[in-house]
Design a protein around this ligand. Sequence first.
Ligand SMILES: NC(=O)c1ccc[n+]([C@@H]2O[C@H](COP(=O)([O-])OP(=O)(O)OC[C@H]3O[C@@H](n4cnc5c(N)ncnc54)[C@H](O)[C@@H]3O)[C@@H](O)[C@H]2O)c1
Length: 260
Amino acid sequence: MRMSGNTALVTGAAGGIGAASAKLFASEGAQVVVCDIDFLGAKNVAKKICDEGGKAIAVKLDVTDEAAWIECFDEALDRFDRIDTVMNNAGLIENLTIEETTVDIFDRLCSVNLKGVFLGCKIAIGHMKQRSPDLPFASIINVSSTAGFVGTARTGIYTMTKGGVRLFTKSVAVEVAELGYNIRCNSLHPGATETPMYDDILVSRNITKSEFRELAKTRNPLGRMAQPYEIANGALFLASNDSSFMTGTELALDGGYAAR
Ligand SMILES: NC(=O)c1ccc[n+]([C@@H]2O[C@H](COP(=O)([O-])OP(=O)(O)OC[C@H]3O[C@@H](n4cnc5c(N)ncnc54)[C@H](O)[C@@H]3O)[C@@H](O)[C@H]2O)c1
């Protein structure tokens, strides 16, 4: 029960890595606020957690909307006493060359992947700094990607945003420490993971899942894609006190992809 007494808010938690993390946090004793722009999906995840004996609520949240963030925290704090973990996980990807990318697509990716993380950190800090200093440090987890370390073709804007998330995380970590708040902030860097996002990429690249599994054998040293629960395990480490001396740094869960 590594999350006992902890309330965790996860964005983009209707599916994929976010849903896996919300479920794992709950199974480790956390109360979970399952947030997504897809409210029905978020409700399904929260229901599943409750059906299995955990505690969760679903909140509709568009991470790009500051007023919605404030309402989301208000709703969560009506139900739970405080929020100890915020996982800024919601994200979008594109599959276009830079020449094909329109300004609208650029704006949409920056809005969700960058503004969403900025707002998540801003609102989280405002709340977390008021927690009792006797509690373990609060934790903010910003989900970046291997694209936050290395460049790849046809995901230039995604790479730009994920690099931004990685460095913004460091500024958050340093700033809240200097201000004396008991908050840690780290970035999480998944490699290719079998989620709906990856399904969409494969469709747009006209590659089947089994063809990609073949490609994955040479793509990273471990020779396969990750399952969402493997990324959730990293999120659990960053959320829990197991990572109590860790702030402003990156946790890569990428089968060694960025190591070579
Ligand atoms: N799947 C991968 O291979 C992979 C690899 C590296 C990093 N990541 C990152 O992990 C995170 C989760 O990815 P995933 O693969 O689980 O994706 P996913 O598409 O399966 O899930 C993303 C969720 O975000 C939600 N979302 C989208 N826009 C939103 C908004 N404006 N407000 C609130 N919610 C919104 C979607 O409804 C969806 O439920 C993303 O930040 C992604 O960039 C994924």
